[in-house]
Write a protein of this length. Structure first.
Length: 473
């Protein structure tokens, strides 16, 4: 459902792409800046992991409820609210007085990012016809990767010649320009279930379960109450799933997941991909600067390889998904990521920089073939009234994947390193990194199997067949 005043598909794609450039830019920038932040606040590897995890935790909690809330109250309203919160948090992080304040503000910034992410794809799907949706998804994905690719280089330069705080000061004008663009150019409003009740009980149950599970797993080594929190969180998620299957107006459409195997399997593939691949930048940023001893600027130039390839190739992969079966592209791209992650697990202190660059090239190629085609599969296999649910669940799967990765990394670091810094315990860090990448390789391989199952399920999806036939015409 839309209001009378609408916006063209081209304008909507451009605006969403412009905003989507900024949120990954900030996330990637902080990843490169972690050593400098740790030095200023005398923080260990575990606390630095919390800087990333707080951002992702906010998304994990909010994205699923936000998608349903946007369907009821308006996707543009939620989009604008998220962008405004993100801008305010960016300003406050620039003047953060302590590590604890920085972690808390990163949570707020992640909340704003979650509201933007969960509505962006729903807006695109509401405006762009299914037959050319892959191209639009590719453009949006390219803007995300452009943000990721620009960030390491600029961040390295800023840290080399100034303070990490200037990363946030410098981003503010761009963020304010994006807000003005949204206000003045993104006309119209989009709903999925206007006026329907919102499931507050389910939302609180979900948030509590996620917080308990992530707090428990992050501090699992400490024992005490934390193992019980972890188990309690898992039980809470099961109870949430049961509640959502019975409530009349759920935030998670359980029948849709059960009946639409293409949708549910493709969502699991998205979860597996981000859970396995997200830790690369975190590990390699610390590895390059504190194991190899290279400058932040040079480290940024190396880390830019993967997102730069993704930025260049994603529009072509998205357009190719309009002509070929995007499910096949998804599976092949994830298989390439699996090979790259397996290679990551063999990295040692003596591994050459050329080997690392080759890994990043392979990851960039795999992610390009995976990202927008997988999203096209997800949005094409549901009806328009489910766009908000599908978009929010997709964003949630990405965020839960990143949260799973960072939780695993935090646990592994605490297990092998305790509160020691990478400089103090380089061998323990290498062991942590190899262990993490071995686990991530297995997760990615499971994702390939789910992708194959999703590809088979598409053959029995009448809606997907109709879309593919229209695309061929």
């Amino acid at each position: 459902m839309t209001t009378e005043k609408t916006v063209s598909p081209t304008a909507a794609t451009f605006i969403v792409a412009a905003v989507q450039f900024l949120t990954p830019f900030m996330m990637s920038a902080v990843g490169v800046a972690l050593p400098a932040i740790g030095k200023e606040f005398s923080a260990g590897a575990f606390q630095l992991g919390l800087v990333e995890m707080a951002y992702i935790l906010a998304g994990g909690i909010l994205m699923l409820p936000a998608g349903r809330f946007a369907d009821i109250k308006g996707r543009k309203k939620v989009f604008l609210t998220g962008l405004s919160v993100f801008i305010c948090a960016t300003f406050l992080i620039a003047i953060a007085p302590s590590m604890e304040a920085l972690i808390a503000l990163r949570f707020v910034q992640g909340a704003g990012s979650a509201l933007v992410a969960t509505t962006s794809i729903a807006i695109i799907s509401s405006v762009v016809p299914p037959q050319v949706r892959g191209k639009a998804m590719g453009i949006v994905a390219a803007s995300v990767y452009m943000g990721l690719s620009a960030s390491p280089t600029l961040t390295g330069f800023i840290i080399q010649y100034g303070s990490w705080r200037w990363i946030f000061w410098g981003a503010l004008p761009l963020q304010l320009a994006a807000l003005w663009l949204t206000f003045t150019r993104l006309h119209g409003e989009w709903y999925g279930s206007k006026g329907a009740p919102f499931d507050w009980a389910g939302s609180l149950m979900y948030a509590a379960a996620i917080c308990m599970a992530m707090t428990g797993v992050t501090h699992l080594k400490a024992g005490g109450i934390f193992p019980f929190l972890f188990v309690g969180g898992l039980v809470g998620l099961c109870l949430f799933f049961l509640w959502e299957s019975k409530t009349e107006h759920p935030i998670l459409n359980v029948p849709l997941l059960k009946q639409n195997k293409t949708f549910s399997l493709s969502s699991l593939v998205l979860l597996a991909n981000y859970a396995s691949s997200f830790g690369v930048t975190f590990f390699f940023s610390l590895y390059l600067q504190q194991i190899k001893g290279i400058s932040p600027q040079y480290a940024g130039l190396i880390l830019v390889i993967q997102p730069a390839i993704m930025a260049v190739l994603s529009p072509f992969a998205g357009a190719l998904g309009d002509k070929l079966n995007p499910g096949k592209l998804t599976m092949f791209g994830l298989a390439l990521c699996t090979v790259a992650l397996a290679t990551c697990s063999t990295v040692t202190a003596s591994t050459s920089l050329y080997t690392l660059m080759g890994i990043l090239v392979l990851l960039g190629l795999g992610f390009s073939l995976f990202s927008s085609p997988n999203l096209t599969v997800i949005m094409n296999c549901v009806e328009p009234r489910h766009y908000g649910v599908a978009a929010s669940l997709s964003a949630t799967m990405r965020t839960l994947g990143m949260l799973t990765a960072m939780s695993s990394i935090s646990f592994i670091l605490s297990l092998f390193m305790g509160n020691a810094s990478v400089f103090e315990a380089p061998e323990a860090f290498i062991t942590s990194m190899q262990t993490g990448f071995s686990i991530f390789t297995l997760v990615s391989a499971i994702g390939v199997a789910c992708s194959y199952a999703s590809l088979r399920a598409q053959k029995h999806s009448a809606m997907y067949k109709n879309i593919q036939e229209d695309s061929d015409d």
